[in-house]
Design a protein around this ligand. Structure first.
Ligand code: SF4
Length: 214
């Protein structure tokens, strides 16, 4: 079995090879405030960032505060966010989250994990996205790409995102947590795809224990 020291060295190499290849900023979602980012993150479930940005362009002009979302009739908000898909569930999540913001935090988005995950519909993944991008708080974001790549790269044996988060935190320095998540997301979209990983064009081929899976 690979020792922790060896694994740390391998992760360092993976990071340094992939980091310069994926230069997009913190997040491709467009937002101006932590609250806007929170709404965008909810909308981004099973939807591309580009599609979310197309919807939020007008959404953020219409709704400025949590109370604005709460005041909107459900059917109207559903139509406003419909192009992002799963609009009924997302409307419920937005309403629940906004109610939580008003009830618990006076309408302001809090800047700690403990407070954020008290909001209805906000899990550790969403909270880490918001903390990292809006407040510069380090955190490992474990979405579907990060989970898949961590398993393929042999960085975890866990399937549970919260446990994967802890495994990755042990392997790389805090200041790289956020960036490492982003790198894995980009690499997962571009090369190490769910259905057909492109081993032949993968720059970390030699560092990957799954370089022969189909
Ligand atoms: S070698 Fe293959 S499985 Fe490993 S990271 Fe690259 S594309 Fe993914």
């Amino acid at each position: 079995m690979e020792s922790l020291k060896k694994k740390k060295g391998r992760v360092k190499n993976i990071f340094e090879i992939l980091d310069p290849l994926y230069t997009l900023d913190k997040t491709a979602l467009k937002y101006r405030t932590p609250f806007q980012l929170l709404i965008s993150t909810i909308l981004s479930a099973q939807c591309t960032d580009k599609q979310v940005n197309m919807v939020t362009g007008s959404l953020f002009k219409k709704y400025k505060t949590p109370r604005d979302y709460l005041a909107a009739p459900i059917s109207e908000l559903e139509q406003d966010i419909r192009p992002t898909g799963f609009f009924r569930n997302k409307t419920k999540s937005i309403k629940g989250c906004c109610q939580g913001l008003v009830d618990l935090y006076g309408g302001k988005v809090p800047a700690t994990m403990e407070e954020l995950i008290k909001l209805p519909g906000v899990g550790r993944k969403t909270a880490n996205c918001v903390l990292g991008a809006a407040f510069d708080v380090p955190g490992v974001v474990v979405d579907t790409h990060v989970k898949r790549l961590c398993l393929r790269l042999g960085l975890t044996e866990n399937q549970n995102p919260d446990k994967i988060e802890k495994d990755i935190e042990q392997l790389i320095p805090k200041e790289r947590w956020r960036r490492f998540s982003d790198i894995l997301i980009y690499h997962g979209r571009a090369v190490c795809k769910a259905r057909k990983p492109d081993h032949a064009h993968c720059p970390v081929f030699k560092l990957c224990p799954s370089n022969d899976i189909s």
